[in-house]
Design a protein around this ligand. Structure first.
Ligand SMILES: NC(=O)c1ccc[n+]([C@@H]2O[C@H](COP(=O)([O-])OP(=O)(O)OC[C@H]3O[C@@H](n4cnc5c(N)ncnc54)[C@H](O)[C@@H]3O)[C@@H](O)[C@H]2O)c1
Length: 348
């Protein structure tokens, strides 16, 4: 992507008046829509979401219907995408099959939505000259050794190691090519692991929290030493807004909050905060090809755009997240039953 740091002509200047958010009924997308509606009163949002098992319209409940419209549809449907992109000033693409274990069990939906879907969106943005921001992951860079002090930067080579990571890397490559070849006004952000309210119970933290709440021992993959770089979803959403409105076009920004922790450390913290013994969990078979360590250097985002995380106390953020799941059992109870049945079939 471009390196001309001074090109102010390449900076989008104003907040979009009409934003298309794909995947806005999922975890990060719904947190982002809520943030935009509450803090940016001049922006209206259309959400395009297929409502897969991971999408829940309740995630947008309570938001004013004159500011947020939900269109149930598929980002791979070019006609629908074109119609919605044409009437928008900007698109933020969250829609994805986002779970590694599901992509390992059946990669097809992941390739279709993550790669083909991004292609459809880029084509529509190219045709209608609409600003595009693409949400990606640190997993595109592969993994780091546990004893390696290095962290990923925007200059790190892509080296995806799982079906999910390779689909996200492919989508990023499409965005870069559409910027360079067609001049699409796009940015990419690659973020580390998010936690917070509205995350599907299949993911590590909500799965552990809801297991404890349901009176079941949580599970830990492999030896538990895998390291993830945790960021509160609110900090990620604030980074996306600042990149969308002030980021340099054609650029990639890494989003991370210096939150490296091993999975076993995270589980111990959850158990402690929930009043359980630290060893009150069961070991299960590891994920095939499980990446060892991710760590991001978000220096560019901090320096250029002045972003910094607000949620720097991980135990405090976890404690609020646990409280959210405790207060929203109706939100997760049915999904928990279905998710645990799937995990049981996989021996996890
Ligand atoms: N969760 C994380 O820790 C994390 C970290 C970095 C990047 N990301 C990226 O952020 C984005 C959002 O992740 P998330 O955790 O909120 O995911 P999620 O699984 O909670 O939500 C995905 C949403 O996309 C929708 N969707 C799926 N396929 C669709 C399609 N074909 N058309 C329209 N909508 C579709 C789903 O219904 C759901 O609402 C993804 O692109 C993911 O790769 C996630």
């Amino acid at each position: 992507m471009q390196d001309n740091a001074t090109a102010t002509a390449d900076r989008p200047s104003a907040a979009p008046r009409h934003l298309l958010v794909t995947g806005g009924c999922g975890f990060i997308g719904s947190n982002f829509v809520r943030l935009v509606v509450l803090e940016h009163p001049d922006t209206r949002v259309t959400v395009l979401d297929k409502l897969t098992y991971a999408g829940n319209p309740y995630n947008l409940a309570g938001l004013p219907t004159d500011r947020v419209e939900l269109v149930v549809g598929d980002i791979c449907d070019q006609q629908v995408v074109d119609r919605l992109v044409e009437r928008s000033d900007a698109v933020v693409n969250f829609a994805a099959e986002s779970h590694n274990d599901n992509a390992i069990a059946d990669p097809q939906p992941c390739m279709r939505t993550n790669v083909q879907g991004t292609f459809c969106l880029l084509e529509a943005c190219r045709r209608h000259d609409v600003r595009f921001h693409h949400i990606s992951t640190d997993e595109v860079f592969g993994d780091l050794a546990l004893d390696d002090p290095a962290r990923f930067t925007e200059a790190s080579p892509y080296c995806p190691l799982s079906p999910y990571a390779s689909s996200k890397a492919s989508a990023d490559m499409l965005v870069r090519a559409w910027v360079r070849t067609y001049g699409v006004r796009a940015t990419i952000s690659n973020c580390s692991n998010n936690y917070g309210p509205y995350q599907h119970v299949e993911k590590f933290i909500p799965r552990a929290v809801t297991s404890v709440l349901a009176g079941v021992r949580p599970k830990l993959y492999g030896d538990g030493r895998n390291v993830r770089d945790w960021i509160h979803v609110d900090d990620h959403c604030r980074a996306i807004w600042v990149i969308l409105t002030h980021g340099r076009l054609g650029e990639t920004y890494l989003v991370g909050a210096d939150g490296e922790r091993s999975n076993i450390e995270v589980l111990h913290t959850i158990l402690r905060l929930m009043g359980r013994d630290e060893d009150a969990f069961d070991w299960v078979r590891d994920r095939p090809g499980h990446d060892r360590r991710y760590a991001l250097d978000a220096g560019k985002l901090r320096r250029e755009l002045g972003w910094k995380p607000k949620h720097t106390d991980f135990a405090e953020g976890l404690s609020q997240t646990i409280a959210w799941y405790r207060e929203h059992e109706a939100w997760w109870r049915l999904a928990k039953v279905a998710t645990e049945a799937t995990y049981a079939k996989r021996g996890q």
